[in-house]
Design a protein around this ligand. Structure first.
Ligand code: F6R
Length: 249
């Protein structure tokens, strides 16, 4: 893993956008795996700014998002489709038909199969952007007894409901289920970019980088991928974690 230590959320966002823009400039029809949540918001804002300055062209880019809540329509302001439209897609020259997010209203099993086949038909993911859950989840792959291979439905854990209910009117309104790419799907991405910010993610990041590789802390599996870049701010990187600027496993 390559770890890039930065001073702030803003610097993390800028560095992440640089890596994504470089990928698109190298391969204009790249397949980008995208995440939602608070962490990538700044990265998307930087990419919009790059687009406005003519530094990056999304016309051939294809995207596949990690996950979606069950039961939310694309028009629901809490859905991940809505988040992506508002934060990124509506501000760049991407073809909406090239943006893919699991459907929250479809039959679970059929939707998981369709999504997995879709990713294969696109030739797999060139660059997967990830955020990190406090409980080690990536996408909505919650702590479990086994690493889930493919796109699958999940029951969200209390920790995730606690963390994400801030975005809903009330805790009760937050969906209890979601559809997520599997750990296997994520691990097949050619390149992975993990962005982490804030002191509340410190322990989760330490376990991701240095902890044992176990399905009850899903992000630990990233230690086995051969091309992972982690961009983390000072607050998220604990001083006692043995890290140099770059560590290669
Ligand atoms: C969402 C996703 C999640 C988030 C994680 C961190 O698409 O993949 O794994 O990345 O829950 O969320 P934030 O960034 O809000 O702390």
């Amino acid at each position: 893993m390559k770890v890039i230590r930065v001073n702030s959320y803003e610097e993390m966002s800028r560095r992440a956008a640089d890596i994504i823009a470089a990928q698109i400039n190298k391969k204009p029809d790249s397949v980008l795996g995208l995440a939602t949540g608070s962490t990538p918001e700044g990265t998307y804002a930087e990419l919009v700014s790059d687009y406005e300055k003519g530094k990056v062209d999304f016309s051939l880019v294809r995207t596949v998002n990690l996950d979606e809540y069950e039961g939310l329509s694309p028009e629901s302001p809490q859905s991940y489709r809505y988040f992506m439209n508002k934060r990124l897609f509506e501000h760049i020259n991407i073809d909406p038909d090239n943006t893919h997010i699991p459907g929250g209203l479809s039959d679970e099993a059929e939707e998981c199969k369709r999504y997995e086949e879709l990713i294969s038909s696109l030739g797999g993911i060139d660059l997967q952007l990830l955020g990190l859950g406090h409980n080690g989840h990536i996408g909505f792959n919650e702590p479990a007894q086994e690493f889930a291979r493919h796109t699958h439905p999940v029951e969200l854990t209390e920790s995730t409901i606690e963390a994400n209910s801030r975005l809903f009117q009330s805790r009760e309104e937050m969906p209890r289920r979601a559809v997520t790419m599997g750990i296997g799907t994520i691990m097949q991405a050619k390149q992975i970019l993990l962005i982490v910010s804030g002191g509340d993610k410190k322990e989760a990041l330490r376990r991701t980088l240095c902890g044992p590789i176990r399905p009850d802390f899903p992000a630990s599996v990233l230690q086995l991928h051969r091309d992972v870049t982690v961009i983390a701010d000072e607050a998220a990187l604990s001083k006692d974690t043995t890290l140099s600027q770059d560590i290669a496993f």
